[in-house]
Structures are given as C-alpha cells and as structure tokens.
Design a protein around this ligand. Sequence first.
Ligand code: UD1
Length: 357
Amino acid sequence: MIGNRPQFVKAAAVSTKLRERAEEVLVHTGQHYDRELSEIFFEELGVPPPDRRLEVGSGTHAAQTAAVVKGLEPLADEVAPDAVLVYGDTNSTLGGALVAAKAGIPLAHVEAGMRSFNRSMPEEVNRVVADALSALSLCSTDAAVRNLQREGLGETAVLVGDVMADVAMIFGPVADERSNVLARLRLEPGGFIAATAHRARNVDDPANLRALIEVLARGAREAPVVFAVHPRTRARLEAEGLVDGLRERGIRTVAPLGYLDITRLVRASRAVFTDSGGLQKEAFMASVPCITMRDETEWVETIETGWNRLVGLDPEAAVRALAELPRPGRETSPAAELYGGGMAGERVARALADRLG
Ligand code: UD1
C-alpha cells in the first residue's frame, strides 16, 4: 500500500521482487496526487501501475487518516490478503496499519523501527503505531532493530537494509545519463546547493519558515541555491509573502522534480540542504555532504560517518557544516554497505514469504 512520493520510490525496490514470489495488489491511497509528486514516479521507476486507487487527497491529519481507513476497510474484506505491506511513516502508512490490525490481517512494515524520539512530529506517531501493530518489522538499519528491541518488539524485527538505497544504487547512474535537469536549469556540476523543505514544523510555523529561508540565504552566499519547492511549502511561502524576495538572495525556486531529476541534481550538487529523510540518504549514497535543517534524524549513520550534520535553523551552523563536511565525492561513503548493499527489496520479499507466506 502506497500513497506518497517516498513510498513510490520504496515500492520500486520491492514490487518486482515481491511479484516473483507472490501476488501483489498495489493500492495507491492518493494522498499525493500532483503529477510531480505521484505519477511521474511510476513512469520513471517502473513501479507497476496501482491495482486500486482511493483518491483520499489532502486534509487534516484526522480527515486524511480517516479517509484512508474508510477506503481500505472494504478493500481488505474484498481482497482478503495474506498480509498487508505498508511503507514508511505517513498518514497512509498509519491508515493501512489500523485497517490491517482491526481486520486481523498480519501487518508488515518496511522502514520499521526508525525513530526521531520527537513525538511532536506526525511521522513519529505514525511509526510508533505502525510498529506496535506489525507482525513483521522490516528494518533498514541496526539502529532500527535496536529501537524495536528496546520497545519489546525485537521478535518481529528482521534487518533487510534500506529499500531506498537499492533504488539509489540502480537509478543513480541512470539519472546521470537520462536527466537533462542541469542543462534545463543551466547549472554546472559542483557549482550549486540543492535544497528542499516540507516538514510541518519548518514550513507551517511562519517564524520557522523565515528562519529556514535565512539558512538557505546564508548557504547561497557560498553557492547558488536551487530550491525544489513542495506544494505545502509553496503555499506557506505565498501566504507569508516570501516568494518575491528569494531570487535576489540567491535562492532559485523550481517546481518539485521527478525522481531522476532530483537524483541528478543531488549527485551534481556541492551540498544538499534539506529536512527530508530520503534526501539525507540519497546525498549519502552519492557521497555528497548534507546539511539537515532539523534537530534530530532517524538516519544516524549519515551523521556518524561524517557526511551529514544537524543544524536546526541556525544559519551559522549551516555554513560551518558546509566548510567542515567532506567535499562531494572526495571519499567514498560506506553507504552501500551500511544500508544493505542493494539487496533490501529482495530480502523484504524473502522475509514476507518465510514469515507470513
Ligand atoms: C507527507 C508525509 C511526509 C512525507 C511527505 C513526502 C504525512 C503526515 N506526511 O507530507 O512524512 O515526507 O509526504 O512528500 O503523511 N499537496 C498538493 N498536491 C499533492 C499532495 C499535497 O498540492 O499531490 C499539498 C496540499 O496543499 C496538502 C499539502 O501539500 O495540504 C500537504 O500534503 P500532505 O499529504 O498533508 O503531507 P506532506 O507535507 O506531503
């Protein structure tokens, strides 16, 4: 079951492997519906087209989760699957987990055990609930397995590696070859910073949004910033009247990009400024330094190996990090090994067959 941008990427690593062993009914909840956030990922990554679509759309957390639950419940009855597989930490993940648990269908969770230990993040709440209800916790990292053990859920845990890392390994070189994003935006490799921001805490609070722009503007004094703007963020920037001042401060906004374009952009950048979990890893996989505009991260390996730094919304900490982190490609990051060596999708399919098949 998928519904948001990062989940389409994750399914790209799992669906084909799963279909070699079992029948998959792929459900798209429709939490993301804009082409740049949704359909383009199916086209570029070869994710099988969804078998069912719910079209829940946008709304408050309650409305969105309720729409997923309401849409999935009759489907679960009709399809009567042997297991429900959910990905990540979104409201679609939460809705899928609740329906499976109440229908008595074993739940499997990809990216289980990730923790920020910050329950003011909606994603953290979604993760904790999905993990508590899972029969099979498919973990990306050792740290995730340890988190589940600490919560008394160690018996459900299987270390499979990170499915997004599988996709980055396969599609990184493909993106370098096929994407023309650098030419389109007239960018030179190594000469710019790639930025994204969409976390509720950073963009919904006007003071934090202004502080985030200050971080990007400070970065732009070192290298021009290309800011791929999520629709949530675009709406908040417009509401605060912040869009017009960006260009003169060296921040160039572009619409959200497809997977191949954002991958190419990251791989060719001097550094990444982001609050996304996925991009922290994608930068790491590409040996590009990442400056994370949050106070905590679930992907602690990226910090421990010196490729990522948490700077919150502090502009000076961000430029210090930019100066101190390794330059892109200087050393090869141990990313592939730490995140499962490209085998996570295969291991997810195997664990599902062995444990719940
Ligand atoms: C969601 C996830 C987040 C994930 C992100 C990936 C939750 C709680 N959050 O955040 O963990 O990292 O997806 O991008 O599930 N909108 C559009 N078009 C769309 C979808 C959304 O314009 O196709 C706009 C709407 O104004 C909407 C807003 O974006 O209100 C936020 O969308 P929403 O689905 O609530 O969460 P994301 O911020 O995308």
